[in-house]
Design a protein around this ligand. Structure first.
Ligand code: ATP
Ligand code: MG
Length: 423
C-alpha cells in the first residue's frame, strides 16, 4: 500500500484523556480511533493487525479440531433466565435494549446484547446434538462482545465493545474434556509465542467460579496489567492473587516465600464448566444404551484487541511500536528518499513492484515529506523491516535494510532482496 493512499495520518499527540501507552501509541500512529472511553474504531493499519491475530488464532483452533461459526449479538432474555444470568446482579456488565414499541406482539420487549455465548450455544445445540456419536464437538467464533465495564482506562486492553475468540468444548465425559482442555492450553501458548509474548505469558491458576476449583488464565507480565500474580520461576507456576492462599500453594508444593509478585494482564482464560450450562439448557445426548447424559463443557476465550494492546505494551520501545512478523500490519516499510530526484523515485517504485510481485506485504512511503518525518513514522509504526532507497543506496546498488526490533542495519544488493526476505 502506498502511504499517499492511506487515509490516516500519524499525529504528535494522543488525546489528553488517554492514559494508557497502548492506546496512545496506536492512536498516534493512526491504527485506531477513540470514539469514547472504552470504545475504539480499528483504522486500516489496526485492522490489518487484528486480522492477522485472528488468522493465527484460527490456525491454532482449527488444528485442535475447532470449527468456526458466528453467533448473534442480539439475545433472547428467555435463554438467559434458565441460568440466572439475565439478572444484573449475576452479570454486572450487561448492555440491554428493547424491541420497537410498535412491534406487536412483542411490544417493547427486552433484548440482551451478548457479553458471552454459553447460553446461546447450548440452546442451539439442542437441534444438533442428540447422540454420543455427535460428540466431541469443539465450536468457536470470533465475534464482537459488549460489556458495560466500569474501569476503562487500559486503552484497547479493556473496552466495552471488543472481538473475542470464544470456543466451547462438549465431551461425553470428564476425561475427554480434560484432554481437550490441555490441548487447548498448549494451543494458547503457541498463539502467544507466535505473537511474540510467549516468554512473558504464564498459565496461571485462577478462580474457577462455582463449578470448578480453578480456571486457567494466561497472564502476560506487564506493569500495565490490571491483575496481580505470583510466579515461581523454577517450577514455572503462576497463581492469581484471587486464589493466592496457603492451602492452594501447599497443594502445588509451594510456599509464599518462593513466589515473586508481578503485575499482569489476562490475555486468555480457559474454564471448566462441567454440566452446568447443558443442564440449564436441557442439552443431553444418548449413550450406546440410550441413556441420557449431559455433556461436559468447557469455554476458552481470547480477546483480540486485548492481545494487540498487550503486544504494544510489552514490545514497544521509546521510539514506538515493534510488531512481531506474524502480526505486523506489513512486513516491509519501504521508504523512498527521492526528494526531487526522479531516478531515485523510479528505483523506489521499481522496488515496490518487485516486493508486491513476490507477495511481500509492503507499506510504501512515497510521500513528499522530510526524511526525518518518514523515519519517525517508521519507528512509530513498528513494521519489522525498514528499507530505504536513496541516492546513496542507488549509487552503491544496494538497499538499506534496518530491523525494527534490533536496530541492526544491513546493506543488501538489490538482486538479493527477495532471497533475503523469503529464505
Ligand atoms: P477481566 O477479568 O479482565 O475483566 P474476564 O475474566 O471477564 O476479563 P473472560 O470472560 O474470561 O474475561 O473473557 C475472555 C477473554 O476476553 C479475556 O481473557 C480477555 O482476553 C478478553 N476480554 C475480556 N474482557 C475484555 C474487555 N473488556 N476488553 C477487551 N478484552 C476483554
Ligand atoms: Mg477471564
Amino acid at each position: 500500500m502506498r502511504q499517499t493512499h492511506l487515509f490516516t495520518h500519524s499525529r504528535k499527540d494522543a488525546p489528553k484523556d488517554e492514559v494508557s501507552k497502548n492506546a496512545q501509541l496506536l492512536i498516534r500512529a493512526g491504527f485506531i480511533h477513540k470514539e469514547m472511553a472504552g470504545v475504539y474504531t480499528l483504522l486500516p493499519m489496526g485492522l490489518r493487525v487484528i486480522n492477522k491475530i485472528a488468522r493465527v488464532i484460527r490456525e491454532e483452533m482449527n488444528a485442535i479440531g475447532g470449527q468456526e461459526m458466528l453467533m448473534t449479538t442480539l439475545q433472547d432474555p428467555e435463554i438467559w433466565k434458565h441460568t440466572g444470568r439475565w439478572d444484573d446482579s449475576a452479570v454486572d456488565v450487561w448492555f440491554k435494549t428493547h424491541l420497537h414499541k410498535g412491534d406487536a406482539p412483542h411490544q417493547g420487549a427486552e433484548l440482551g446484547i451478548a457479553n458471552t455465548h454459553e447460553e446461546a450455544l447450548t440452546t442451539l445445540l439442542r437441534d444438533h446434538l442428540a447422540s454420543h456419536r455427535d460428540l466431541p464437538r469443539y465450536i468457536y467464533q470470533i465475534q464482537t462482545k459488549f460489556r458495560n465495564e466500569i474501569r476503562a482506562k487500559s486503552g484497547i486492553m479493556r473496552t466495552r465493545e471488543f472481538q473475542m475468540k470464544d470456543l466451547y468444548s462438549f465431551n461425553t465425559d470428564e476425561q475427554g474434556f480434560r484432554e481437550f482442555y490441555e490441548q487447548c492450553a498448549e494451543a494458547y501458548m503457541r498463539i502467544f509465542m507466535r505473537m511474540g509474548i510467549g516468554a512473558m505469558t504464564y498459565r496461571t491458576f485462577a478462580s474457577g467460579g462455582s463449578f470448578s476449583r480453578f480456571s486457567d488464565e494466561f497472564q502476560t507480565v506487564t506493569p500495565a496489567g490490571e491483575d496481580t500474580i505470583y510466579i515461581n520461576d523454577e517450577k514455572h507456576i503462576a497463581v492469581n492473587k484471587e486464589v493466592y492462599h496457603d492451602d492452594v500453594l501447599a497443594d502445588l508444593g509451594l510456599t509464599k516465600s518462593e513466589m515473586r509478585e508481578e503485575r499482569a494482564i489476562e490475555v486468555g482464560n480457559i474454564f471448566p464448566l462441567a454440566t452446568r450450562f447443558c443442564e440449564a439448557a436441557g442439552l443431553q445426548f444418548a449413550d450406546e444404551k440410550g441413556e441420557k447424559h449431559y455433556p461436559y463443557m468447557g469455554c476458552y476465550g481470547i480477546g483480540l484487541g486485548r492481545l494487540m494492546g498487550t503486544v504494544v505494551e510489552v514490545l514497544s520501545d521509546e521510539k514506538g511500536m515493534v510488531w512481531p512478523e506474524e502480526i505486523a500490519p506489513f512486513r516491509v516499510h519501504l521508504i523512498s528518499l527521492a526528494g526531487s530526484k526522479e531516478d531515485v523515485a523510479r528505483e523506489a517504485q521499481h522496488m515496490y513492484e518487485l516486493l508486491l510481485d513476490h507477495g511481500i506485504e509492503v507499506l510504501f512511503d512515497d510521500r513528499d515529506v522530510r526524511a526525518g518525518e518518514k523515519f519517525a513514522d517508521a519507528d512509530m509504526f513498528g513494521i519489522p523491516y525498514r528499507m530505504v532507497v536513496s541516492e546513496k543506496t542507488m549509487a552503491a546498488g544496494v538497499v538499506e535494510m534496518t530491523h525494527r526490533s534490533t536496530g541492526a542495519t544491513e546493506l543488501v544488493p538489490e538482486s538479493g532482496i527477495i532471497t533475503r526476505l523469503t529464505s
